[in-house]
Ligand binder design. Structure first.
Ligand SMILES: *Cc1c(COP(=O)(O)O)cnc(C)c1O
Length: 410
């Protein structure tokens, strides 16, 4: 069986984790701090706060901006449930908009969805391909859009416009007009979950890149407190002689990263561009080359003049099939001992989001993408031979199928 996305856990990572376990400091401490500094250097934003997950990072920042009841947050219908759930946690309304054929949020659809209650836009760099950030950043700064903005909290008043909070769970290392994700919007959040390009088992990071007069270093200090129960001293500081007394300034969260996780992250980040991204790009290129031989295959766009993917998952679409036929293709691929997946079932199709009144027929491109997509495995240790096995399994599952558009499957 070719698995879908096993994490790379080699000796270097094992050694660094063991070093941490033996160091006497296993939760948030020196390695988390160093991982934060390395991430800041890597992507070029202003400051980084590591968190226990990407979801925790997204929720922390919605809470920081004061998003709550009566507010609206715009996000793509086509994303993982974390993006929507964090909005629901805050008591705000997730407002879904459709995506384009590149799987990313449509800027036109965002514009139509903005109301005087909109506080945040959460673009998602789906599969690692960056969104149209120039257009999104320009939109929130347009005079008539800014005039609509109705600030309530201190942070909202200071920003004076809709916040762009980018969900970059897939797109560490992706590039937009020469800049890395992290450095493209007000705030960007990465995920280091086990299936992501860079993994710390569970983990995430908040990249702060807020414009003046915000002081990103000050906000970082405050977020450390907010992500650790609102306690004015973390465990690391408290262990210093005599420094036992602390205060609680607000009922904060327990969203901190452990040094065990940061140890994995440090090893992976150091070789991320020179090693991880290089291999992933080779796999993408090979899939693209092989599948372009078939009329039925729609190859995803992953590089343009302005954008470079982080090659997270390869989303192939089959032309002229419906959802059920796609499911049958997946079944046959699985029978050939190849694990594939679907990223993602649009959120308006989920029971909870349907109960809020959402209907997938309002998101035709999201549904069309979903109904024809198959996510193919992409990971560091996937060999060229295995890539060809995946290609063979997909191709073999196409030509044997009995479907109405069979003439297209030459
Ligand atoms: C994985 C993922 C997240 C959440 O990351 P966690 O670290 O698992 O909390 C958020 N958004 C998207 C699009 C994801 O794929």
């Amino acid at each position: 069986m070719i698995p879908f996305s096993p994490p790379r856990m080699d000796q270097k990572i094992i050694d660094e984790v063991i070093d941490t376990l033996k160091s006497g400091w296993i939760t948030t401490g020196p390695k988390t701090k160093r991982f934060e500094e390395e991430l800041t250097k890597y992507a070029g934003h202003k400051a980084t706060l590591c968190t226990s997950s990407g979801s925790a990072g997204l929720e922390l920042m919605l809470r920081w901006f004061g998003v709550g009841e009566g507010d609206e947050v715009i996000l793509p219908a086509y994303t993982y449930t974390a993006t929507g759930n964090v909005v629901a946690h805050c008591g705000a309304k997730p407002v879904f908009v459709d995506v384009g054929t590149d799987f990313n949020i449509s800027v036109e659809a965002i514009e139509k969805a903005i109301t005087k209650r909109t506080k945040v836009i959460m673009p998602v760099d789906l599969a690692g391909f960056p969104c149209d950030y120039d257009e999104i950043n320009a939109l929130v700064r347009r005079k008539e859009i800014m005039d609509k903005f109705n600030p309530r909290t201190k942070e909202q008043k200071t920003l004076g416009r809709i916040l762009v909070l980018s969900d970059a769970a897939h797109s560490l290392g992706a590039i937009y007009k020469g800049k890395k994700t992290g450095n493209l919007t007000d705030i960007t959040v990465y995920s280091f979950h086990a299936v992501k390009n860079l993994t710390t088992a569970e983990g995430g990071a908040v990249c702060l890149n807020l414009p003046k007069p915000f002081d990103n270093a000050d906000i970082y200090k405050y977020l450390r407190i907010k992500s650790l129960h609102g306690q004015t001293k973390d465990a690391f500081t408290k262990t210093k002689a005599g420094a036992w007394r602390y205060d609680v300034i607000e009922p904060g969260y327990k969203f901190n990263m452990t040094d065990i996780a940061a140890a994995m992250g440090l090893v992976e980040l150091e070789r991320y561009d020179s090693d991880m991204l290089v291999r992933r790009k080779q796999i993408f290129d090979k899939y693209a080359r092989e599948f372009s031989k078939y009329d039925w295959a729609e190859i995803p766009v992953y590089e343009t003049a302005d954008k470079k993917s982080s090659y997270h998952v390869f989303l192939i679409r089959i032309k002229n099939v419906d959802e059920q036929q796609r499911d049958e293709v997946i079944q046959r691929i699985t029978e050939k001992e190849v694990a594939v997946n679907v990223h993602f079932i649009p959120l308006p199709m989920m029971t909870y989001y349907k109960s809020l009144g959402n209907d997938i027929s309002d998101y035709p491109v999201s549904y069309d993408n979903f109904s024809r997509v198959i996510s193919l495995p992409v990971y560091y240790n996937l060999t060229d031979k295995q890539v060809m096995t995946v290609v063979g399994a997909v191709v073999g599952s196409m030509i044997h199928q009995d479907i109405k558009s069979q003439e297209n499957f030459g």
